[in-house]
Design a protein around this ligand. Structure first.
Ligand SMILES: [Cu+2]
Length: 170
């Protein structure tokens, strides 16, 4: 009985070492993978932080003074003209959404309530005049194509700061 156990152990005496070697290899490989994974995760985290610090510093928008122009839209059916009052501040448009019908003339009455801004839509070659705080300017164009178009302020990095809106022509 005892003899056979010893023999068996002897027979398989190579195996434990082999198993140990395999385990060691597995451990080393697993450790390496874990290390690489950790490194990658760390890198992603760093990149995320870097990305965040690259973002422009966003000054909180100043609350528009009361009594300033109320954003509104009126349609003159006899001339097929939509007049839109837009308030431009730092860094926003109010309203930030305009909806008109194809073929309508859009007249933008542009009130700046801070700094200096303008009204631009590339799709219609619209580039309103630079308008200073407290001033009002107008720009008009014919919405002759259907679609969704971005309007933005072309001053400095205002567009990047979020001074954009959407014009929908139906
Ligand atoms: Cu602006």
């Amino acid at each position: 009985m005892e003899e056979s156990t010893i023999q068996e152990a002897k027979k398989s005496s190579v195996n434990p070492m082999l198993i140990a070697a395999i385990i060691l290899v597995v451990l080393v490989v697993a450790g390496g993978v874990l290390y690489v994974a950790k490194k990658a995760a760390h890198k992603v985290k760093n990149e995320a932080i870097e990305h965040m610090t690259n973002m422009p510093v966003h000054t909180s928008p100043t609350v528009a003074a009361t009594g300033s122009a109320t954003p509104s839209m009126t349609t003159d059916n006899s001339t097929n003209t939509v007049t839109v009052n837009i308030e431009a501040g730092s860094f926003y448009f109010k309203p930030s959404e305009i909806k008109v019908k194809k073929g309508q003339t859009v007249k933008i009455v542009f009130h700046a309530v801070s700094m200096m801004h303008n009204f631009s839509i590339d799709a219609f070659n619209v580039r309103g005049p630079l308008t200073r705080d407290g001033d009002t300017s107008t720009v008009q164009f014919v919405a002759d194509k259907v679609g969704t178009f971005q309007y933005y302020c072309a001053v400095g990095n205002h567009k990047q700061m979020g001074q954009v809106g959407t014009l929908t022509v139906e």
